[in-house]
Design a protein around this ligand. Structure first.
Ligand SMILES: Cc1cc2nc3c(=O)[nH]c(=O)nc-3n(C[C@H](O)[C@H](O)[C@H](O)COP(=O)(O)OP(=O)(O)OC[C@H]3O[C@@H](n4cnc5c(N)ncnc54)[C@H](O)[C@@H]3O)c2cc1C
Length: 281
């Protein structure tokens, strides 16, 4: 449980961090809250030659409304999101998801960007990132780049982020209150066995559904969305749509839940999240 030796740098600015990352390439790892990286170092699942601690870069932690969107800085903690009055008003799915993450210690240190870059298949944020169609703004040696949520999660623990890029901020739409996150929790860790985020856009009669914990990467349940597009959110319609929540995915099976059980939970939690979000419309 002792990490392999590594060099440690603590840049004060984003520019300095980008330069360090360019200099060390794949041999470097960024350190944010450390709640995923440090266990990986201790288990020697990650053995970087250099750890670049971005925790002291002052201007990476913020939540604000800008040009009609909500922008959240990479180093913003789960706790800051959970307790943000602005988010409660303008993007309530984010505090709702944050409340589901781990325990108070995890929420105090863990960051939004750290979680989504780590891309744990059982992490909570990816469901909301997908359901909200968030945009990830990165910065690297070639300047900034924007990655859409649908393209961000590539596979188990893999994202579209390049090894010389830093995720700088995440942008979300302003939404109504008609959102919900319903999760079946793995009791020992708090991670999701099946977590479903739903956004109901009542004026447009559309729903967006992001599902995490079920497959190797979080996904948009497009079959559910298509079935409900333009339909009234009656109990029958929502139940029929939710039955499609695990269509065209390969549910994971492990000691916590078989693949059949995960598929069942995806359907059940989708129905519950749809009912809850619709009741808030
Ligand atoms: C006991 C425990 C319980 C937990 N329970 C849950 C849970 O219920 N739900 C849940 O979703 N998560 C849970 N987590 C994970 C937690 O949310 C972590 O905080 C999160 O996964 C990683 O965030 P971090 O800031 O700690 O990142 P770190 O561990 O510092 O980094 C994680 C990875 O992201 C990279 N990275 C970090 N920031 C950036 C950036 N800005 N740009 C590019 N790369 C970056 C790092 O290089 C590293 O590869 C739990 C963790 C623990 C220890």
């Amino acid at each position: 449980m002792i990490p392999a030796a590594f060099d440690y740098s603590r840049p004060q600015t984003l520019e300095e961090a980008v330069n360090l990352l360019a200099q060390h390439g794949e041999a470097a790892k960024l350190l944010a809250g450390g709640h995923s990286l440090i266990p990986a170092l201790k288990l020697r699942l990650a053995q970087p030659k250099t750890v670049i601690d971005i925790g002291r870069i002052a201007d990476l932690s913020y939540i604000r409304e800008q040009d009609g969107r909500i922008v959240v800085g990479a180093m913003t903690t789960h706790h800051a999101i959970e307790t943000s009055a602005l988010l409660e008003e303008k993007c309530p799915l984010l505090p709702e998801v944050a409340r589901h993450i781990g325990d108070v210690q995890v929420r105090n240190r863990g960051t939004l960007a750290g979680s989504i870059v780590h891309a744990d298949p059982a992490a909570d944020w990816p469901a909301a990132i997908l359901a909200l169609d968030a945009e990830m703004e990165t910065v690297g040696p070639d300047g900034p780049r924007v990655i859409a949520a649908k393209k961000f999660f590539v596979d188990l623990f893999q994202t579209a982020l390049r090894s010389d890029e830093i995720l700088r901020e995440i942008r979300f739409p302003v939404t109504a209150k008609s959102v919900a996150y319903v999760k079946t929790v793995q009791r020992a860790s708090g991670f999701a066995i099946a977590g479903v985020a739903v956004v109901v856009d009542a004026p447009r009669m559309t729903v967006s559904v992001g599902i995490t914990g079920v497959a190797a990467k979080a996904y948009r349940a497009t079959a559910v969305e298509t079935k409900l597009a333009g339909q009234s959110l009656s109990a029958e319609n929502m139940a029929a749509a939710a039955a499609k929540a695990a269509n065209r995915v390969e549910p994971l099976g492990d000691i916590h839940a078989s693949s059949e059980y995960r598929a069942h939970l995806a359907q059940l939690n989708t129905r519950r999240a749809l009912v809850l979000a619709a009741s808030r419309a």
